[in-house]
Design a protein around this ligand. Sequence first.
Ligand SMILES: [Zn+2]
Ligand SMILES: [Zn+2]
Length: 685
Amino acid sequence: MIQLTNNHKGKWVVTSAWPYVNATPHLGNLIGSTLSADVFTRFLRMKGEEVVFVSGSDSHGTPISVEAKRVNVSAEELAMKYHNIIKDLHEKWQISFDNYTITHNPTHIEFVQKMYLDIQKNGYINEKEIESLYCENDNLFLPDRFVEGTCPNCKDEGARGDQCDKCQKLLTPLELIKPRCAICGNTPVIRKTKHWYLDLPKLQDQLKRLIEENKIIPSNARQMCLNSIAEGLPERAITRDLEWGIPAPFKGAENKTIYVWFEAVLGYITAVKEWADKLIGEPEKFEYFWKDQETKTVFFIGKDNIIFHLIVFPGLLIAYNDNKEDSEKLVLPYNVSSTEFLMYDSEKFSKSRGIGIWIDDALKLAPLDYWRFNLIFNRPETSDTSFLWSEFENNIKTLNDNIGNFIHRTLTFIEKQFNLRIPEKIEYDEIDKKFVEKLTNIGIEVGESLLNFKLRKAIRDIVSFGKEGNIYLNEKAPWHLIKKNKKAAGHVFNICAQVVYALAILLGPFIPETSEKILSNLNAPKLSELKWDSVNENSVKVGQNIKKPKPFFQKLDIEEIKKEYVKLKEGKPKEGEKELISYDDFQKLDIRVAKVEEVEKVPKADKLYKITIDLGTEKRILVAGLAQHYNPDELKGKKIVILANLEPRKLRGITSEGMLLAAVEGDTVSILTPDKDIPLGSKVE
Ligand SMILES: [Zn+2]
Ligand SMILES: [Zn+2]
């Protein structure tokens, strides 16, 4: 169990799993990592601990690269576009990162390259030659997602080289039946290529010891790791034959990049470095956190990420630290908090099937703090849980009945009977004593749950405390007392005001916006100026003025919200459908009229023609897949329409400088031609 040392500030690096850049996170992603990490971090800050909280967008790898090629922009441009969207959404969810960065940044790239050279120098990297699929049309090796084909397991024809979405089986490109290149559709060939591997077998004993000696990692995570070590850790390839990524720094590894999984985890280190160097301008803070063996690093991740964070990541750290002075060593992981999965109505979240709620839509449907509260109240800590609309409605009702009502009853009574001033206390009776004891202990209890990642228990204990407030009020019945003894009634509301303050502090890490509102209503300082341990029986002073209260929560009209949700879903293009583009986007396309001059067959390619065209002011070469649809004579002399500002592409060794436009449906291909005589080079708009 984790405990905080008294009178000694601890140092923490808190991190949450890096979202992949081309997908908007859904509620399951959020509760699994980011939101949980935020609650934990906010609590540590309120305890006065030193914390740096980082994460970022995982920008390299095949999916973004494939998409960029398809929509014809650079992978970097596309990654930055999505990164800014995710970053903005995290701000809207009030995730209090010190640095939310992206793996495509110079600090990260430089550090990763240097780190891998050190790991190689220390003898933990091996080179091996393997067989891999190669597309002779695109002239490149095809890693995982660049290959599609038939799943050997379920025979689905849409399987990718890393996984079959239909049956979920993990695959390698060579296992696919009838593999095809995801870019051009041609059948790839097998070629030999060299790759660099992390020698995990060599690290196995040290990793085993590390996990056995760490007494605080959750037992299921420990067991999972020890099982996988007992089976024997395989060597794992660090490099990929892929253009978009961090260039592998090894000698002989030109044109190879580091596998995205093997560099994104190092972002936990480099995001702190970037924060120290660039955001706060105190470069020494990097060593202060990452090179102090007392620093506690905590990783909030989904259960599918455990092996990577407790085996591969520490393996890299151990390999890097080898032969280094103690003061140069990076600290090994302290703990992981992994959740089970959040489902939507008992089904897995799925963008392509339109199942689930995404974090941008959620905020259009209900206030932020309702979501934050609901997600933590049902956090999938020990088993998969489902998001249900009815439960959302009930949970907000629970919040309102137990906490909202208690606060509102207290503050309106003080308004009406004591003219918005906190009344005096008299002597405690037995009921008071019992309740005040709860009040002085609640911060310790909730804090202990939080430190041990029992966020769900923590928030439920706070709700129960609110409920006890209501019971206390009913027992004391100050509305009767006031008729005979105003002082005795005032006494009850003094105690209740202390509880209102306590609730504001306790809710601070969970629903900060509401917490601020409650504090402001009490005329108390802002949350950032208040400490977790400031809760006691005299936190709010006698005679202090408060503001006129308004209810903090509203009942959710869940039927209306569900209707809105359906509307949002229908208005959105599903994966595979086209998004609307702006007029400005359209204007970027330079479409012009041209004339076909020469047509030649491309050797050894059944479908391709090399076409020489005249644009009026210049001649160009296009490579087009028309050989099965037109004879050369049918094309020669024809006026056609081409996209003239397309990035040149090499096909079968010929550079194609534009794209001929044609209507395509099944096997029918029909070239677009202007229906009047119009000069060559005329713009199409
Ligand atoms: Zn399958
Ligand atoms: Zn290809």
